[in-house]
Design a protein around this ligand. Structure first.
Ligand code: ADP
Ligand code: MG
Ligand code: ZN
Length: 732
């Protein structure tokens, strides 16, 4: 292929069919063509790839592109090939290739046909590859996802730190272009230092995504909140991020039983399932993907309308990246995160056992996300400040929860001055937590060590809480009166603006912070398991329901337990269902039972609720997984097929006893099963009748009682199976 002597603009048209450059693309490309180093910081979806793909096609030689993931490389190579006439225009070199494939790649490069060579950082450290690259003409190096270089980034890759020496060995004076979607000032500096390109021209696009709405809610009843939220966005695409695979599976299941088309996605699923779920999401056969962070790199669905964080992410970078997948087409994108300090503690625990410096970094990053979650400032402004970008407006108007519902403000002029004095008096050498301790007058070990209790400012702010002081620190930071040191990440300095303020204090309104204390994050376990278990119930209503049950049982000529069992009544006395649909959500109640016996019960509850002014939990729409798991459905189907219980159990790794237990819950919630084929093998007709009659007249369905009654003539298993038959025929 020949070098093309045309302008970037016509090359854009020629190779990609685009008529205009996006953002800084043209300037970046020109800079690279001129042989300069470039550093590109551009949000996800901004069009970074084109910044190196286009010049690669225009320049002599082969551009070497370092990219962290094999999947990403493959996507990129495929997409660039669709623009070219010849597959050899782009190749990748990584551990997935065979010897023969590698030879072909090298041949194409030597023939000058390959303009782009994607490599994994590991491949670039291999001697034979380096040797090969020294023999060819490399047009430039592109380092994609360059934040992987920095330990302060959210996706550190140690191999990325070895790139510069490799590049030097391949050729001097080869331009480098580094690209990333997230870089705090700290990470930015790290990247430039490590790549030895402090002189690079910096191109930084605004990180402001003005179509995204940011919201943080306290983590209470999180699963219910999520179901309710998604219900308001019916038919729209969304992503829900969870930290653990287990949670991903559970939540996807809960969403499904609530009628939401959701699929799980995590690294524990095999590759084909992952690919299938991703495709279904892209093709809109599924509305929601519930995922760990494994999902998203390279995902390009433009109309994701909401991104939910079930758990707070471990850094603001992650949060920004993940929320950034919403609204890429410029349309609606609601970013909803659930925050509980407990989750932060969990994340801190994960850090245990890591290297000391890693722990330190991890804690700092967590501290930043906590500040973001707790702040009542404009979230957009806070986020942009974190990424080193000023936001000119006072706030974003109505595009974050804090702007939509502003918190109370109080005059904080004196407090801000006090904070600045404390920082100056301690010689600008300390982190926020220490400064706050001084202001509060706390005798911490650090305070003692430095004898900071002798300072003028010690204890001067003891009338306020540490929550308040942390708020003041955050807000003066964003206002630019103080700054955090980049190198030590956390030590506070007073800026010139801050010094001016001290000389001539002006009004400074401090926002009251959110109080998320007392929130719990374990609630969602409850909704799956709490059904009928242990929660305090309305005793009075429970008694009334029991009386009603007795009456109904008499009318229908069945024992009371056939109507509803105690756990069901207890659950009713918690949830107060007032119609049949709601009754279906009660533990042990299935549609069959609800229809057959339910009406008088919901009528009674309905009257009771009204007479006593009861505030019902308004979440009965939420179905728990417990009633209707796939395993149960399979058992029912296999009973219909008249499979032996052993075989049914085997299919699910259960023994016969466990299968019977499953059957008991199935029938007690009102589903009929016909197990005559099982019973026929065990008991003759007379025996069956005898047991059946016993249950008909019994006060309770207790197996122990039955066993005693028959003096051990029937085995426990026989009795249980007969009880299943009985419940099926009489109750359901
Ligand atoms: P990033 O790597 O910054 O996240 P990509 O390079 O994947 O973004 O580009 C995102 C999308 O923007 C791609 O679909 C790409 O084809 C498109 N794109 C890039 N540049 C342009 C342009 N100048 N005009 C139109 N579309 C563009
Ligand atoms: Mg990219
Ligand atoms: Zn705002």
């Amino acid at each position: 292929m020949e070098t093309i002597e045309i302008s970037p603009k016509s090359a854009l048209q020629k190779f990609f069919g685009f008529s205009k450059f996006k953002g800084h693309q043209e300037a970046i490309i020109k800079n690279l063509l001129a042989g300069n180093h470039s550093f590109v910081i551009m949000p996800t979806g901004g069009g970074k790839s084109l910044c190196y793909q286009l010049p690669a096609l225009m320049m002599e030689g082969t551009a070497v592109v370092v990219s962290p993931l094999i999947a990403l490389m493959k996507n990129q190579v495929d997409s660039i090939r669709t623009f070219g006439s010849d597959d050899s225009v782009a190749h990748f070199l990584n551990s997935s290739l065979s010897k023969a494939e590698i030879l072909k790649v090298k041949k194409n490069i030597m023939e000058g046909r390959t303009k782009l060579l994607y490599v994994a950082p590991e491949s670039l450290t291999k001697q034979e590859n380096i040797d090969f690259l020294t023999t060819i003409k490399v047009s430039f190096f592109a380092i994609d996802e360059a934040h992987c270089i920095s330990e302060w980034g959210h996706d550190f890759r140690p191999e990325y730190r070895k790139l510069r020496p490799m590049i030097d060995r391949v050729g001097e004076n080869v331009p480098i272009i580094a690209l990333t979607a997230t870089a705090t000032p700290k990470v930015q500096l790290d990247i430039q230092k490590n790549l030895g390109m402090q002189d690079a021209t910096l191109f930084k696009a605004s990180f402001n995504r003005d179509n995204l709405f940011y919201e943080v809610r306290p983590k209470r009843d999180v699963v219910k909140e999520i179901v309710r939220f998604i219900k308001t966005k019916q038919g729209k695409s969304g992503i829900v991020y969870c930290l653990s695979r287990k949670k991903v599976e559970e939540l996807a299941e809960v969403l499904r039983v609530n009628g939401i088309k959701a699929l799980p996605y995590h690294a524990g699923l095999d590759a084909s399932t992952r690919a299938k779920h991703q495709d279904m999401f892209l093709m809109e056969d599924a509305d929601v993907i519930v995922a760990t962070i494994a999902f998203g790199m390279g995902i390009d669905k433009p109309d994701v309308r909401y991104v939910i964080h079930h758990d707070i992410p471990k850094s603001l970078e992650s949060y920004y990246q993940e929320t950034g997948r919403g609204g890429r087409d410029g349309g609606e994108g609601h970013c909803l995160a659930f925050y509980s300090y407990k989750d932060v503690e969990k994340l801190e625990k994960f850090l245990n056992g890591k290297h000391v410096s890693e722990i330190e970094i991890g804690k700092q990053l967590l501290h930043e996300i906590v500040s973001f979650a707790e702040t009542s400032m404009c979230r957009r402004k806070y986020l942009l400040h974190y990424f080193g970008e000023g936001f000119k407006e006072e706030d974003c108007g109505k595009m974050c929860d804090n702007c939509r519902n502003p918190r109370e403000k109080t005059e904080g002029k004196d407090e801000v001055a006090l904070l600045l004095e404390a920082i100056l008096e301690t010689k600008e050498k300390h982190k926020p937590s220490h400064i706050v301790s001084i202001l509060l007058g706390e005798l911490t070990s650090d305070v003692r060590t430095y004898k900071h209790n002798k300072l003028e400012v010690f204890g001067k702010g003891s009338e306020s809480t540490d929550r308040f002081w942390n708020a003041v620190v955050r807000q003066t930071l964003v206002a630019g009166l103080i700054r955090k040191d980049i190198e030590t990440y956390g030590v506070l300095f007073v800026t010139d603006k801050g010094r001016e303020f001290l000389e001539n204090p002006t009004s400074f309104m401090v926002l009251r912070e959110h109080d998320y204390e007392g929130d719990n994050s374990d609630d969602d376990e409850d909704i799956i398991t709490s059904k009928g278990g242990g929660v305090g119930f309305d005793e009075q209503l429970f008694q009334m329901l029991k009386d009603l049950r007795k009456t109904i049982a008499k009318q229908k000529n069945v024992p009371p337990f056939v109507v509803f069992q105690d756990p069901s009544l207890e659950d009713m006395a918690v949830q107060y269902p007032i119609n049949i649909k709601e009754l279906n959500n009660i533990t042990g109640v299935g549609p069959g039972k609800a229809e057959r016996f339910g009406q008088p019960f919901v009528d009674l509850i309905s009257r009771y609720v009204e007479e006593n002014n009861i505030e019902r939990p308004d979440d009965l729409v939420i179905r728990s997984v417990a009633n209707k798991s796939a395993a149960k459905v399979q058992i029912i189907q296999n009973i219909d097929r008249r499979l032996p219980l052993e075989a049914i159990g085997k299919a699910q790794g259960k023994n016969v006893d466990e299968v019977i237990t499953e059957l008991e819950t199935i029938v007690s919630s009102g589903t009929r099963v016909n197990i005559n084929y099982v019973i026929e093998d065990l008991l003759d007709e007379d025996n069956q009748e005898e047991i059946f009659d016993y249950f008909m007249g019994a006060d309770s369905d207790s197996i122990v009682d039955a066993y005693k009654e028959f003096d051990g003539a029937y085995s426990e298993e026989e009795l249980r199976l007969m009880r299943i038959k009985f419940m099926s025929e009489i109750a359901n």
